[in-house]
Write a protein that binds this ligand. Structure first.
Ligand code: KG4
Ligand code: ZN
Length: 341
């Protein structure tokens, strides 16, 4: 059914999002509210996130429907993130979606948030290339940091992941030490442009070791040690802070690239290297990811920023991919009403 249309909801962290996505990848409408409620706390507060999803979701869904000027009759199923994520938000979004499904007599499809990130590069209208299996995905955000060999829909080989902090968390914590405001990643990248990346030699955790796991907490501690001459309340000299930022960005990128080089060797059939997650916004990291891909003759894809970070379009698209895959086995596509509610 080429007109198959999914209403999707994402609520696993601090973005409340809703979208209407069609079988061919057309985004009929999308709305997102990036919660401002956390700024004063310098990080996402899970309970506040859950409450904010609850207060914004209903209006957001209505806005999405209005934007697409669509009638419920044209919607075939409702999808929502069912995990992993902050449990309060996941419960709000998935319960809301199930309620809607019940009220509209539509099937409900629960989606794994990581799977949705992994399949984003396959959305036809968003990706510059047709992405076939298998491919490598480096997923890097405040909450997750892992490298996945995507071999098919529903078949994901986790080649490695962080053994302590996620990369975004390391960016955010170092940024905080440098006195930058949350979320620290973008602020740190901007400051690093003014600094000398060779001023300080910082550890590159796990560099040269086999496998594709990541570790960033030692790097964070090394930065903290550089700052011991200063009180936490001191304003750091600007040039010093910029040099630390640049040296940190170089160290974390060098470590990541080394781990991903191992991943490419572990998955030699990969057709391309893709990235997603908030940290993928970092231009310095992107430049080095591109160079790594070129070294192995692989195309490199980073989706546009709004689809790198949490969004509902990827949730709707994952539902479409899963239905399509199921239809190959069960002809479900022609009878979507067979799906469990
Ligand atoms: O995917 P995302 O929006 O939310 C989740 O964590 O799921 O990622 C947010 C993370 C934050 O840690 C933020 O500091 C980081 O991505 N980030 C960056 C940049 N932009 C966002 N890190 C480094 N450089 C950036 N330009
Ligand atoms: Zn995410």
């Amino acid at each position: 059914n080429k007109n198959l249309t999914i209403l999707s909801i994402e609520s696993s962290c601090d973005d409340t999002a809703c979208a209407l996505v069609r079988y061919d990848g057309t985004v009929l409408a999308e709305q997102i509210y990036s919660q401002k409620e956390h700024i004063q706390f310098g990080g996402v507060v899970p309970e506040i996130a859950a409450r904010a999803h609850l207060s914004h979701l209903s209006a957001l869904v209505q806005k999405t429907l209005a934007q697409a000027q669509i009638d419920w009759k044209e919607i075939d199923a409702i999808a929502a993130t069912c995990g992993p994520g902050l449990i309060g938000g996941v419960i709000v979004g998935s319960s809301f979606a199930k309620g809607l499904a019940l009220a509209q007599n539509l099937p409900f499809i629960g989606i794994n948030h990581i799977e949705a990130h992994a399949l984003t590069v396959r959305i036809p209208n968003i990706s510059p290339l047709q992405v076939n299996f298998p491919y490598l995905l480096f997923l890097t955000s405040g909450g997750h940091c892992q490298c996945i060999n995507v071999t098919n829909i529903g078949e994901y080989q986790r080649l490695g992941g962080t053994i302590d902090d996620a990369a975004g968390e390391a960016f955010d914590k170092v940024a905080k030490m440098l006195g930058l405001s949350w979320p620290g990643g973008p602020a740190l990248e901007a400051l690093a442009k003014e600094g000398d990346e060779n001023m300080f030699t910082l550890p590159r955790p796990l560099y040269g070791r086999p496998g594709c796991d990541f570790s960033f907490s030692g790097l964070k501690t090394a930065v903290a040690n550089l700052l011991t001459d200063y009180e936490t309340t001191d304003v750091l000299p600007r040039q010093f802070a910029a040099d630390v930022a640049a040296s940190f960005q170089k160290a974390i990128t060098t470590a990541i690239i080394n781990r991903l080089e191992n991943a490419i060797k572990l998955a030699p059939n990969s057709t391309l290297l893709a990235t997603a997650g908030g940290v993928a916004a970092n231009q310095y990291l992107r430049k080095h990811l591109l160079a790594l891909a070129e070294k192995y003759n692989l195309p490199f894809i980073a989706p546009p920023m709004k689809y790198c970070t949490d969004n509902a379009v990827m949730i709707g698209w994952a539902a479409i991919e899963i239905l399509h895959q199921a239809s190959k086995h069960h002809k479900l596509m022609n009878d979507i009403s067979m799906l469990p509610r």
